[in-house]
Design a protein around this ligand. Structure first.
Ligand code: SAH
Length: 256
C-alpha cells in the first residue's frame, strides 16, 4: 500500500494492537523503514517485517526525545533512498503530536505523503470509561484540547475554554494535561462548578490502564495522591457522571 519513496504517517492508536485499523497493519507490514514514537507499544512494532529497519525516535531509555528536525531529516533521507517509510505515531497522526508539521515539511521537500487514521487516545479513554462523550442529555459536542503549550507560546485560555464548555455544553478532553493540572484546575474552576465530574485515564487500552473519577475541585489533589502520570487523558463534563456510578462496581475504577 505504501510505495518506495513515499512516507506514510500511520496512527498506531492508543496502544492495544487490536485497535489498529487494517490499513495501518498493511502499512506497517509493508514498510522497509519505520520511525516509531515512544507511545507506540512494542506489540505494534512487532508487526513490522523482520528485515525492516526500526528507528525509535521517542524518549525510550530515558534519553531526551529526538529533535523534530532530525526526524524530518531521517524521513526525507529514507524516502529519497527509495525506502517505504512509515512514521508510526501514537493515536491519530493529526491529533496533536506534530503530524501536521511533519506533513508540511515532507511536502515542502517534494515527498509524497499519505495519512492513515488511528484511534485517538481521547476516544479510547472515553470508551474505557464507558463514557459517551456527546451523550445528548449532557453535551452538544466535544473539545479536544492540549494542556501543554508549544515552547514559549501561551497555552489555551482555560477560562475561555471553561466558559465555552459551560455555555455551549461541551465535554473537554484534555491531552498532555497532567503536569499542568494545578493551573488547569484553578482556571477551569473560575467558570465551571466545583462538583463538575472529571475522569483521568492513564495508559488507556494498555496493560496497567488506570481510571480515576473525581470532581473538578479535587482534581489536582487526586492526581497528586494517586500519582497519575503521562500518558493520561483528562475528561471534564457531566458525561463523566455515568462513569462515577459505574465506578462503584469494577475494581479497576477508583472514585476519589
Ligand atoms: N496523537 C496522539 C496524541 C499525542 S500527544 C493521539 O491521538 O492520541 C500525547 C498525549 O496523548 C499524552 O500526553 C496523553 O495525553 C495522550 N495519550 C496518548 N496515548 C495515551 C494513552 N494510551 N492513554 C492515555 N493518554 C494517552
Amino acid at each position: 500500500m505504501n510505495h518506495p519513496g513515499t512516507v506514510t504517517l500511520v496512527g498506531a492508536g492508543p496502544g492495544d494492537p487490536d485497535l489498529l485499523t487494517l490499513k495501518a497493519v498493511k502499512a506497517i507490514r509493508s514498510a522497509s523503514v519505520l520511525l516509531v514514537d515512544d507511545l507506540v507499544s512494542a506489540d505494534i512494532v512487532a508487526l513490522a517485517a523482520p528485515q525492516a529497519r526500526v528507528i525509535h525516535v521517542g524518549k525510550r531509555g530515558g534519553c531526551r526525545s529526538t529533535p523534530q528536525g532530525f526526524i524530518h531529516k531521517l524521513m526525507v533521507t529514507a524516502a529519497r533512498e527509495g525506502e517505504c517509510v512509515v512514521r508510526l505515531k501514537g493515536g491519530d497522526p493529526f491529533i496533536f503530536g506534530r503530524g501536521g508539521e511533519e506533513v508540511e515539511h515532507l511536502r515542502a521537500e517534494g515527498i509524497e505523503v499519505r495519512i492513515v487514521n488511528g484511534i485517538t487516545s481521547g476516544l479510547a479513554a472515553a470508551t474505557a470509561l464507558g463514557v459517551p462523550l456527546t451523550h445528548r442529555e449532557h453535551a452538544h459536542g466535544v473539545l479536544f484540547i492540549t494542556g501543554h503549550a508549544h515552547q514559549g507560546a501561551p497555552g489555551p485560555d482555560w477560562r475561555a475554554v471553561a466558559a465555552m464548555a459551560r455555555d455551549a455544553r461541551l465535554t473537554l478532553v484534555i491531552y498532555m494535561g497532567v503536569s499542568g493540572i494545578g493551573r488547569i484546575e484553578a482556571e477551569l474552576r473560575a467558570e465551571l462548578p466545583a462538583h463538575t465530574p472529571v475522569a483521568v485515564v492513564q495508559r488507556a487500552s494498555l496493560p496497567g490502564e488506570r481510571q480515576v473519577v473525581t470532581t473538578l475541585a479535587a482534581l489536582a489533589a487526586t492526581v497528586a495522591r494517586e500519582q497519575l502520570a503521562s500518558p493520561a487523558v483528562i475528561i471534564v463534563g457531566d458525561v463523566v457522571a455515568g462513569a462515577a456510578a459505574a465506578a462503584r462496581q469494577p475494581a479497576r475504577f477508583r472514585v476519589a
